[in-house]
Design a protein around this ligand. Structure first.
Ligand SMILES: Cc1ncc(COP(=O)(O)O)c(C=O)c1O
Length: 453
């Protein structure tokens, strides 16, 4: 075994079941005690034995299929263990933990690791609690004049839309909606149609374009690079809601060309709750006001500057200024760090390929069932690990309920009343294996057949 593989085995599987962890509610202690195995990287997406081993790294109960990473991605054992170790460490000796473990160097290192993972510079990223914070920071941090316009889509999440509505109420800006409701977008024929829908509504008054990288409603991957290029040509800022792609797709934010990107750690990245990030491109940082800042006072900043030479001064000068917002959850940061290691070890390329492979199986299988409509495209440019579908004549909530009661399969329904959108959605990520995919397809087939009788 070479050094890097050996190191990764240590990170992922070298955790032992501790008495404390085994005592946590719902934790599968047998799984925690499983022997180490070599995971390496670069395994083919259809290497079922390998990916079943990876799925075995999760604590999911053996009879449960977790197909709702889009809401919350359960963590693998190395992440749970890191989180638990941090809790134990600071509860047994808080001062030493804060001095030696979760200190400024650790946070700077975590920021740098995250920056490399998402493709930006370390000074362009802040650790946040979730996607919602980043969307609020990005939208509310801009100076507006009455009559300014902010573009968003009618598939956006409340986390993106409500800060815009707040700006409308507070500053008199005008929300402008890109209409992605129509059948021509389900599935979309091409990325060009989406880009054209954005271009049509950009005006001289547009200050910000805010939209999802992947819609939570239908799983559509939007052409971020093209939309951002159009905005940049016109001097318009861009804010991307990246709740879903980090951990699902290999990310390179610099290549996407957006000004701001808000991401989650607790979904596809498989870290704990209360983890996320906010990216702001270096050269627009002075256009986005920080909203919460609890750093130095007499040593100055915000923005009385000075704070000579300290880590806090450096933080206040970069995107990390968004991290100075009171006490933080150390254990969540430890979990975030371990989750990044888990992904790096498996490699983002192999994970994305596996998610895509399973999503393609699900799309193909669902399309073959009478009475089922699939709303996401099978074009890799327009889809990835989220599959939205509908069974004619059956309420999506009922579909969830039946899949859970009959098969212990957890998917979700997405009800987005502003556009009458009510569908089922399955998340295909690495805690899912081929057996779960088969169960899902069999379960949907059964429900669709019952609906036809
Ligand atoms: C597209 C989208 N944006 C934002 C959010 C909110 O994410 P968070 O819980 O990380 O704030 C979600 C949650 O599911 C989402 O799907």
């Amino acid at each position: 075994m070479d050094q890097s593989r050996r190191a990764f085995v240590g990170q992922v599987a070298g955790v032992s079941a501790s008495a404390g962890l085994a005592g946590l509610a719902g934790v599968n202690s047998a799984a925690l005690a499983a022997p180490a195995a070599d995971v390496g990287s670069g395994h083919a997406a259809d290497d079922e034995a390998y990916w079943r081993w990876v799925a075995g790294e999760f604590l999911t109960a053996p009879n449960v299929g977790h197909m709702n990473t889009g809401t919350r991605g359960v963590s693998p054992r190395s992440v749970v263990q890191a989180q638990f170790n941090a809790i134990r460490s600071y509860d047994s000796d808080y001062l030493s933990h804060a001095t030696y473990a979760c200190n400024a160097e650790f946070r700077a290192g975590l920021r740098a690791k995250l920056a490399a993972f998402i493709g930006c510079k370390p000074n362009e990223v802040a650790l946040t609690n979730n996607t919602t914070e980043g969307m609020a920071f990005g939208t509310l941090g801009i100076d507006y004049r009455p009559g300014d316009e902010i573009i968003h889509t009618n598939h956006d999440h409340a986390s993106g839309v409500q800060p815009i509505n707040l700006c409308a109420a507070r500053y008199g800006i005008m929300p402008v909606v890109v209409d992605l409701k129509g059948d021509e977008f389900h599935p979309p024929k091409s990325a060009d149609a989406i880009v054209a829908a954005f271009e049509k509504v950009m005006t001289k008054r547009t200050r910000l374009v805010s939209f999802c990288h992947i819609n939570y409603t239908d799983g559509c991957v939007l052409p971020v690079r093209e939309i951002c290029a159009l905005a940049r040509e016109r001097g318009i800022l861009t804010l991307v809601d990246g709740a879903h792609p980090p951990g699902m797709m290999k990310l390179n934010i610099a290549e996407l060309g957006c000004d701001m990107y808000a991401g989650a750690g607790h979904k596809w990245l498989l870290a704990s709750m209360l983890t996320g990030f906010f990216h702001i491109r270096e050269d627009v940082q002075d256009r986005i006001w920080p909203l919460v800042y609890s750093g130095p006072v007499a040593g100055r900043n915000m923005f009385g500057r000075s704070v000579a030479g300290s880590a806090k001064a450096e933080q206040a000068a970069t995107a990390a200024r968004y991290e100075m917002r009171g006490s933080v959850d150390f254990a969540a940061l430890a979990a975030f760090d371990a989750a990044l290691d888990f992904h790096i070890g498996l490699t983002p390329t192999a994970i994305e390929a596996r998610d895509r492979y399973m999503a393609a199986q699900v799309i193909k299988g669902l399309r073959a069932i009478d009475g089922v409509r699939v709303h996401v495209s099978d074009d890799p440019a327009l889809s990835c690990g989220l599959v939205s579908f509908h069974i004619d004549g059956v309420e999506p909530k009922t579909v969830n309920q039946r899949l859970w009661e009959r098969h212990r399969l957890y998917i979700r329904d997405v009800f987005h009343p502003e556009i009458d959108w009510n569908v089922n959605r399955a998340s295909l990520h690495i805690m899912v294996h081929g057996g779960h995919v088969e169960t899902l397809l069999g379960g949907v087939q059964e429900i669709a057949r019952e609906a036809r009788i």
